[in-house]
Design a protein around this ligand. Sequence first.
Ligand code: IMP
Length: 354
Amino acid sequence: MIAECLAFDDVLLEPVYSDKRSRLGGDVSTKIGPLELKIPIISSPMDTVTELKMAHAISELGGLGVIHRFMSPKEQASIIDVMLLPPRPDGDCHSYYAVPAIGVTAEERERARYLFKEFGTDLSMFSIDIANGHHILMKEAVQYIQDLTQGDIPIMAGNVATASGFRFLSELGVSAIRVGIGGGSICKTRIQTGFGMPTFESLLRCSHVARETGVSMIADGGIKYPMDLVKSIAAGADAVMCGGILAGTKESPGEVIITNDGKAWKKYRGMASAEVQMEKKGGMKTGTVAEGVSTLTPYKGSLERVVNEFVGGLRSGFTYGNASNIQELQENARFIKITNSGLSESHAYGTIKR
Ligand code: IMP
């Protein structure tokens, strides 16, 4: 028996009778573990996506940025320092959430120790960030952080693709789990290894465990259009994590590159790409292959514009699904499977490009 698995592009949400009068209404707020977000968008811990500017700007818009770990602990700490400053000394005195990514090696334990010593429980969450989170190294890392912090700092962990992977991490006591293996726009995992699962299918499979355990589910990898955000949330995700759609904004790290044809781009690369491993570790380990690529993504201008397009899609989706908030969208969601003709009909096609 071979299971048939669905990808984002294989499905749509069935419209239902709606009494929602406005596309501007609707509450898109969510929770990731104990962290309250005004919008369900988290920027990926990648060196072409989330450093200080992105973490700050996405927090300002109500989302969350996970600070990548491909820099020294000191550099990560200097970003956290700024995130924890109150934005306005008088009046609204809250600071932003500070969520550093860490890995699972001995060196990464030092990173965790250093950050915990510097900030203690001012850290909002640790994000343990590895390609295959359904793994003994993840278990050991989660236990290490729990011992280090006496369980006082919630943990985001990932990635997993299956219900048993999700259950494994929830039983370790983490607060949020990233779901999706091999679906990232710069990812070669499936091509190099033959392993993976369409992200949408993973969400469907993990959603009942998420509901049962109360652990937050983050859809990670493959968000290309606003519809993918809406489908992820409707399938049970509490938020989406995005790399590709946020790379190339003014707030992502890196310079704008202008090619000969006058077009503007920024670099976007997988953290397991050969380029990153050359730069950060002086080369690929012998016998290993790169599971990510390095590419250019069109320069997109301000983060706010991109976020508005995606959140606007979700708000609008609420009216088709007769929902005033995320929970109602999930309760009302009925997915239908479409064919390739359905997919090509979905994209705008009746236009002459100008
Ligand atoms: P995107 O939003 O489709 O571009 O996917 C971003 C996600 O891809 C990240 O949040 C990671 O989970 C994942 N990712 C980052 N770097 C790599 C890589 O080098 N190989 C495979 N997956 C990656």
